[in-house]
Each structure stands twice: as C-alpha cells, then as structure tokens.
Design a protein around this ligand. Structure first.
Ligand code: IVH
Length: 705
C-alpha cells in the first residue's frame, strides 16, 4: 500500500523521494547507455509521477529534484548558473625553492609559530584539468557546478552524473557536503578520443585539459557519457560537520566515501621534504598517464587552515609549486601592435607555428618597447642586451594557461638584413599620438574614447567574466555590434538600449546572420538580468586602469552604494582633503590606484559615458558580511604596537571577517585603536582624540564568539 502523500511526515517523504530518485536515475542510465530498460514504461511513469508529486508537496526537495529532468533529456539551452555556497578559490604560485621556504616562513609568522615549532604540510600533484564542485545533501548528489568566476559557476549536474569516478550516493557522509576536485582525461583516453574524432573529420582537441573541459560542458549529457572523464577529489566547500582534524585525514575520509584521491598525496614535516617530494613527482610526471602542472602544498592542520583563511582569491594555507615552463625554438615572422582598453600599445610576436608542451603556438607577448630593445623596466640589460628583430630565431615558452613568452634568441641565426624594430609613435588604430610618460614602461594611445581599439577593448572587458558577464555577448559579438551601422554598441550604455532600438525591420537582431528569434530573445533577457548588478562588479566593469577585481570589491565594501562611491570620487578630485585621505586609508588602495580612479571618475568624457550607463542600472549595494552578531561591523579599527596573541595579519583578517575596516592611520573617523607593547604616536593621538583604546585582551574579549 502506498501512503497518501498528504499523510506523510517530511522524513518519510524524503526517504521515499531519494529511493525513487535512485530508481529513476538507474532506469535512465540503463535506458540511455545500454538500450536495455530495467523497468517497464508503466512502472517508470508511475515512479516519476509519484516523485514529482512528492516535490510538489515538499518544495524543499526542489533543488535536489531539478536534476532528474535534466538526465537523459538534454538541457534545452545553455547551462543554469549556480551560486557557490562557498567561493571556489585559486592558488597562489611558487616557482622555486626559495618561494617554498617563504611559504613556510610566512605561515609561521601568521600563526605566531617559532622556527622550530612543528608545522606539517601535505604535498600532492596539481592536476591539469578543470575544477568541479559536487554538492551532496543527505548523501545524495544534488548538484555539480564548474568553477566559473569562483562565486558563480555552471550547473553541470547531469554531465557529472555520467562520470564513473563521481559517486551518486555517499554513506556516512555529513548531511551537507561539497566535494571539490579536478575533472581530467588520461593521456591514453585523450589520444583515443582525438583519433576517433579525426577519423570522422570532427574536432581535434589541443590537449587533455581542453578535451576534458569540452566534454564536461556538453549540453547533451549523453555526449559527456561517451567521453572518458575522471575525477580526483582534493578539497571541500560547505560542510555541515567536520571531516577530520587534518588535511590528510579529510582526504582519507573522502576516499572512504568512494572518491578517487591522488595516490601521490603525502604528509611532510619540513619545506625540505616538500621540495624532495616535488622533485620526486616531477620525475614521475612523464609516466603518470595524465597531465599535472605542479605540486600543491597545504598546511595539514585544519585548525591552522581556518585561522589563516583567505586572501581575496587564494587561501593563505596553500600554494602551487609550478613545474618550469616548456620551451621550443621557432622563427619570428613579424611584430604586430595591439591597442588595449587603457590605450597601451602592446607588441605581439607573430611566430612560425610551433608546438610547445603539446599546444601549437603562433603568437607570443613582447611586453613593451624596452623589452624588444633588450632592456628591463629599470633600464638594465636583459638577454645580454640582445634586441629582438623580425626574422630572428627565438625560444618560446609557456607555463599553463599564460600567454606564451620569448625566453631568448639565437644571434648566430639572425638573417643579415634583419632590421632593428622601430616602435610606432602613433596609434596604429586611430592615428593619435602614442605617448610614453616618464616612468611608464608602456606607450599609450592618447585618443581615449575616439580610438576604436580602446572602445572595443573596454566593451569586451565590460562584458567579460568578473564584470557584467552577459550570456550571448562575448568578445566576438562585441566586435560585430561595434561595427554594426544600424544597431551599434559603441559604449556600455548602448547595451542597455539595444532592445529598445531593435524596433525596425532593418534593425531587427533576429534577421541577422547568426541570430534567430530565440537567440535574440535570450540576449535581451540576459541583458535585462544584469540591470541589477553587484556594486563590485560594476566598478570592475568600468575598466579603470589599476583597478582590478579584488580592489573593486574592496571599494564596493568600503563605500557600500554606487551613490556613496561616486560622491566620494568627486569629493576626492583635488587629491587632498578628507575624501582623498579616506580613499588612501583603504587597506589595499595605493597612491597609483587612487589617482587613476579619481582621474577616471572626474574626466569629462569618461564620466559622461559612466553616467549614461548607470541610469540604466540598479547597482546593488555591496554585500555586507553577515555581521548580525558582530560588535565591530562597520567600525574602523587600527592596530598599533606588537600583538602577542596573534600576528598582525591574522588580527587584520579576523577583524575584516567580522565586518570591520582596518586602517593604518588614526583619525577622527577611527572607532577603536588596539594597542600592544611599543605603541607610540598612534596611541597618543587616539587618546588625544578621545577614541576607544583597547589592549589586545580587551579586543579579543570584545570579538569573542
Ligand atoms: S586546492 C582552496 N589541490 O588548481 C584550495 N587545487 O590554480 C582549492 N588544482 O582552481 C584548490 N590540482 O582547479 C587544489 N591538488 C589540487 C589541485 C588543485 C589542481 C586546480 C584547481 C584550482 C587551481 C588553482
């Protein structure tokens, strides 16, 4: 007898829900892979109806349920977006043994550990694939998401379910568990896939990483199923209960749930041991059967990891020790000049195509005119002063994803007629003067918004990931719209008037090459969605020189709203006074960035363009850290003197986590000054101003949870 859904408790319903889900998943899989249904159509339909009725009665199950509809049935259009419960981080890099030593030293300094106190690490290969976050609720896989920009990824659940290394159900796992790791393809499977594809005249992938990414991001999960993907688990996101006390323990725990973890993972007690393992893994690199691009070191003690926390995009407790870049020799066929969004003239080497570490390379960056001439930014010689000429025989190197570079050149092979490269003094795109300011390594086009190259690059930046990230409006479409005589996009504001301008038959987007009714509608919808934009993304999207993603978020958090930000930038225009001081007081904003920001926000043409844009937007106020219970949220604090219970960096990180702003100088706007032994003028000033002055213990008591 089946229980009436209306009579069920939530627990009973959940149990049946997951039972049915497993049954339906299995049935789907059998049906799609083996053409061998395990249950009859009638049984399948009954199970599915009952399953959906449960979701209807218990909306809580919705999140877990959406996946089912995706299985077997290809997702209609694009992937849904997924907000990561905890940001997916990247890693900072170490390139040599000294960087590894520094990692140990700064971890000790942060934690206040002496040189001989024990501090253990783990070492494991850095897999060259793409990261994936798997969310399990009550032991069931409910969501798989790519990294995306770290906060928001793509929902690839249906695809992840086809990967045999990824368990669908876990036993004895915490109620909520996000497992993170790397999807990759083995060398053998990569070769076989490419062989199959080239036999059929299909797409051949440049390397296993591209093949893995292309395979995971298939709209039809059945295509993913046919691609032999694998998965190594190495980290986690949200958890309802701790996995272990140590990194190595947590990895073992993931293994006990059925995940593959890398067999070369080891615990080490000293930096010397880390370096020895690095050499050992490097020696095995060629025979591992899959690509790795370095070794990742992590602080083993999870309590230490929690104390160390994160910088804006990387953990303080981990570092990737990269393998040296791969190199190859080829001929330099030409030097082109590209004009970037800030007007910088960047020389690009056009190379005779050559394979470097498995990827065909035909371009490399040449940085700037000094670099070509054989000088570094300080005017000292590089490459023993050898300048680079068209026709030269050059050594190219590339490390991971970065743009290839030129390491060296062979003078013995220089053609007799090779000419010294004359760096242009005029912008090749708009003919304006290209000026090199004192102290700047870069020559810049002075054309500003009249330079089409700058305008297009600014727009490309505006729609890029981390900025507005508008689905269906990438670099290619921007170039097309920029050149469009009837429906042009020449500045960011034009994006938001596109639909209103798309009215006459002549202008209609859907009538254009590459656009249909559906794709035009989708683009308009994607644009609509972005009218609500987080403040940090808006500031970053403006593409102001020196103002990167993390600085933009800092500014957003500091000023809170667009209005407050813009007022402050106007008030700071004279580069003196309270608003200017306040800007410079933000930890992470230096003189150069502040000048660039204030200049951009007060330059007439640029400012007018920003105003035209903002009138189409509703910028969201900055996300305030959840500080409901924090006594120091929004307060400005200054640390001075020696802290005894924790390092300065840890104290600062803790204060920021609680929503406080940490400043380096004491002023009337300071709320709390924390003083340790040796405090001097700052303490004196705080007392004169009558501010709250606390010693370290009183501060710790104040912020104690
Ligand atoms: S740990 C919070 N461990 O490298 C720390 N990452 O360059 C999360 N990666 O985005 C990362 N192998 O995709 C970690 N053994 C490993 C890894 C690894 C590969 C990737 C990961 C990350 C990127 C950072």
């Amino acid at each position: 007898m089946t229980t009436q859904i209306a009579d069920m408790t939530e627990d009973e319903a959940r149990e049946e829900f997951f039972e049915l889900q497993t049954l339906l998943w299995a049935a789907n899989r059998e049906y799609h892979t083996r053409d061998n249904p395990t249950i009859s159509d009638v049984e399948y339909d009954w199970a599915k109806r009952r399953y959906l009725a449960l979701v209807d009665a218990f909306p809580k199950f919705e999140k877990a349920a959406t996946q089912l509809t995706a299985i077997g049935a290809p997702v209609a259009e694009g992937f849904g977006k997924v907000q990561h419960a905890q940001r997916m981080m990247s890693l900072s890099n170490a390139f040599d043994d000294a960087d590894v030593q520094d990692f140990d030293t700064s971890a000790r300094r942060f934690l206040g550990l002496s040189e001989d106190a024990p501090l253990a690490f783990t070492a494991e290969p850095k897999i060259d694939g793409l990261s994936l976050s798997l969310r399990y609720e009550d032991g069931q896989l409910v969501q798989a998401a790519t990294r995306g920009d770290g906060s928001e990824g793509e929902n690839v659940t249906a695809n992840a379910l086809t990967i045999s290394d990824i368990p669908q159900t876990l036993i004895n796992a915490p109620e909520i568990l996000e497992v993170r790791g790397e999807v990759y393809m083995s060398h053998e499977e990569f070769e076989a896939l490419n062989a199959r594809h080239s036999a059929r005249g299909g797409k051949v992938f440049a390397n296993p990483r591209n093949a893995a990414a292309g395979s995971l991001r298939q709209l039809d999960a059945e295509v993913t199923r046919a691609r032999p993907l694998r998965f190594f688990a190495y980290a986690w996101g949200e958890l309802s209960a701790r996995l272990a006390d140590t990194q190595i323990g947590a990895i073992q725990r993931l293994q006990s749930f059925g995940f593959q973890t890398n067999p070369l993972t080891k615990k080490c007690e000293t930096p010397a041991e880390l370096i020895a393992i690095y050499r050992d893994i490097e020696a095995q690199r060629a025979t591992l059967g899959y690509d790795i691009d370095g070794v990742v070191y992590k602080v083993n003690d999870l309590a230490y990891q929690a104390r160390m926390g994160f910088r804006s995009t990387t953990p303080r407790w981990a570092i990737a020790h990269k393998f040296p870049a791969e190199t190859a020799w080829t001929r330099l066929e030409g030097i082109d000049i590209q004009v970037g969004r800030t007007g910088a003239l960047s020389p690009v080497a056009r190379l005779h195509p050559v394979t470097v570490g498995g990827v065909v390379v035909s371009n490399a960056t040449l940085h700037n005119e000094d670099y070509i001439a054989g000088r570094d930014s300080k005017g000292d010689t590089i490459r023993e002063g050898k300048d680079i000429r068209v026709g030269d025989w050059v050594q190219v190197y590339r490390a991971g994803d970065v743009i290839p570079k030129i390491a060296d050149l062979d003078l013995a092979k220089r053609p007799q007629d090779a000419q010294i490269f004359a760096f242009p003094k005029i912008c090749p795109e708009c003919g304006s003067d290209a000026i090199r300011e004192e102290g700047d390594a870069v020559r810049r086009c002075s054309g500003g918004v009249i330079c089409p190259a700058q305008a297009v690059e600014k727009l490309k930046h505006f729609v890029s990931r981390g900025a507005f990230d508008i689905d269906g409006l990438g670099a290619k479409q921007i170039e097309m719209f920029y050149a469009d005589p009837v429906l042009p996009i020449r500045e960011p504001a034009d994006i938001f008037t596109l639909q209103a301008r798309d009215v006459t038959n002549l202008a209609k987007l859907k009538n254009r090459d590459g656009w249909g009714d559906k794709s035009a509608k989708k683009l308009f919808e994607a644009i609509e969605q972005r009218r609500h934009i987080p403040l940090g993304k808006l500031i970053f999207a403006l593409g102001i020189r020196h103002v990167g993603e993390s600085a933009s978020n800092l500014l957003a958090r500091h000023y809170g709203s667009w209005r407050a930000f813009e007022d402050a930038m106007v008030a700071a225009a004279p580069q003196e006074g309270q608003a200017w001081e306040d800007l410079l007081d933000i930890d992470g904003v230096g003189q150069v960035m502040a000048q660039s920001l204030v200049a951009a926000m007060n330059q007439q043409a640029e400012r007018a363009s920003i105003d035209r844009l903002v009138q189409h937007l509703q910028p969201q106020d900055a996300e305030q850290i959840d500080t409901a219970n924090s006594p120091v949220a929004g307060k400005t604090v200054v640390f001075t003197g020696t802290l005894e219970k924790m390092s300065r960096s840890e104290a600062k990180a803790r204060a920021e986590t609680l929503g406080a702003k940490v400043s380096g100088s004491v002023s009337k706007k300071t709320d709390i000054v924390i003083v340790g032994p040796g405090a001097g003028s700052k303490e004196k000033k705080a007392r004169e101003l009558g501010l709250t002055v606390l010693d370290e213990d009183a501060w710790l008591a104040l912020i104690a949870p």
